[in-house]
Design a binder for this molecule. Structure first.
Ligand SMILES: *Cc1c(COP(=O)(O)O)cnc(C)c1O
Length: 414
């Protein structure tokens, strides 16, 4: 079957790369030592600090989010050191596994997969660590496998309340330029992300931000490292910033993507994601009324604005539905990951997206569900339109996602 028209990419990464970004990348190779290029590269790193909202330093590596994970693990802690890692889904699980492979004593706190990170349990563990053996606490803001956003500010407060000196490291791969994020205000020592999610760029670059304290720790950290050594990268030449040949075209693309984010305004970017995510949730709430589908995230307030994970009842094959969405209706969705494999599908709604793209995606999912004979409550698209129209009118508080929620959780509204 020949597919015509645009492919709808509704995976939670990679996300749509705007034409402007692709065009900006269509350039001949050049002398990377010339000031023209190093100026652009420097401006990208400095502007990324603004996106992270830090006065610290940003480092870029050729690699994906998995590469970014390794950076704090080899720059801030040494083999034999203890790190605390709350595990709440496939991504935090793999990050913890990486820490272990790198020789760190990795204490996992297994969390409820359907709720945001339990701050009380994190605080209890830190409080019990009276000798301060835990050198770093590493958490994921939006766990992309579950579509759940945790409260990073609350975790910082917990560290402060128990007066624990552990470094605070946050994975913002699925949340930077999607959700509110304020590295310095939230007392985050190191944050990381990748190019292909909220930053609307091609996959292949990742970024880590270090504050003053983390930079100091890195300077004396004896963990063997070279490519990922941030200290080596703090020189004056772009050759050094990238530890070798810079990814020229990708940097030009990133420059354009950052320009687009600043033109829109970071606050407006976050607001747009919330508005579009509300529409998705309004639709999913309606779909859920037939009993075969449900939100994975139990707490409505923690439902991420970048991705929604939807459970399918036993006997339903979400992957067959996803295949027909992709192969017949040109709409790529995310699979259930980890313990959700074969039991859920995910709609990614982050990056370069607007109302018609969201509505088109939701409508394609309905088509694919009909083809797969998955029962769903009718009126989901109506509800999404209603949600968008209300948001337009500035009546966000009446979002259908919120008003229908108490009933579907079995809670009676007061
Ligand atoms: C996508 C993602 C990663 C991994 O990024 P890759 O580029 O696929 O290696 C890590 N953490 C989170 C939260 C993610 O969403």
């Amino acid at each position: 079957m020949t597919l015509r028209g645009r492919i709808f990419l509704a995976t939670p990464g990679p996300t749509n790369v705007p034409d402007r970004v692709l065009r900006a990348m269509h350039r001949a190779a050049e002398d990377f030592a010339a000031p023209a290029f190093s100026g652009v590269a420097r401006s990208c790193l400095d502007d990324l600090a603004k996106v992270f909202r830090t006065t610290g330093e940003v480092f870029s590596f050729i690699g994906n989010g998995h590469a970014a994970w390794e950076v704090p693990l080899v720059n801030l802690v040494e083999p034999g050191d203890t790190v605390l890692m709350p595990v709440s889904g496939r991504f935090s699980h793999y990050w913890a596994e990486m820490a272990e492979k790198l020789g760190l004593r990795t204490e996992r706190l297994e969390m409820d997969r359907r709720l945001p990170l339990d701050v009380g349990r994190i605080a209890d563990r830190l409080r019990a660590d009276t000798e301060h053996r835990i050198k770093a606490l590493l958490v994921v803001q939006t766990e992309t496998a579950t579509g759940i956003r945790s409260d990073i500010e609350a975790i910082r407060r917990a560290l402060d309340e128990v007066r624990h000196p552990a470094l605070f490291v946050v994975d913002a791969v699925a949340s930077l330029a999607v959700e509110p994020f304020a590295m310095d205000d939230w007392g985050i020592d190191c944050a990381l992300t990748a190019s292909q999610k909220g930053l609307m760029s091609t996959p292949g670059l990742c970024f880590t931000a270090f504050n003053e304290r983390a930079l100091e720790v890195a300077e004396s950290c004896r963990h063997p490292r070279r490519y990922f050594d941030i200290c080596f990268r703090r020189g004056a030449m772009s050759y050094q910033w990238f530890h070798g040949t810079p990814p020229l075209q990708q940097i030009w693309g990133l420059r354009e993507a950052l320009d687009m984010l600043f033109e829109e305004g970071l606050g407006e970017v976050v607001e747009r994601h919330r508005r579009l995510a509300d529409a998705v949730r309004a639709c999913v709430a309606r779909w859920s009324e037939a009993g075969a589908l449900s939100f994975h995230a139990m707490d409505p307030a923690s439902r991420a604005n970048g991705v929604t994970a939807i459970h399918t009842a036993p006997g339903i094959d979400p992957d067959a539905m996803r295949r027909s969405a992709r192969d017949t209706y040109s709409t790529a969705l995310g699979a259930g990951l980890g313990e959700l494999e074969g039991r859920a599908f995910r709609i990614g709604h982050l990056g370069d997206l607007n109302e018609p793209m969201i509505l088109g995606t939701l409508a394609s999912v309905e088509l694919a569900m009909r083809r797969s004979a998955i029962p769903f409550g009718r009126g989901g698209i109506e509800a999404a339109i209603e949600s968008l129209a209300l948001a337009d009118a500035g009546v966000e508080a009446m979002s259908p996602a919120r008003t229908t929620e108490p009933a579907s959780l079995g809670i009676t509204a007061a």
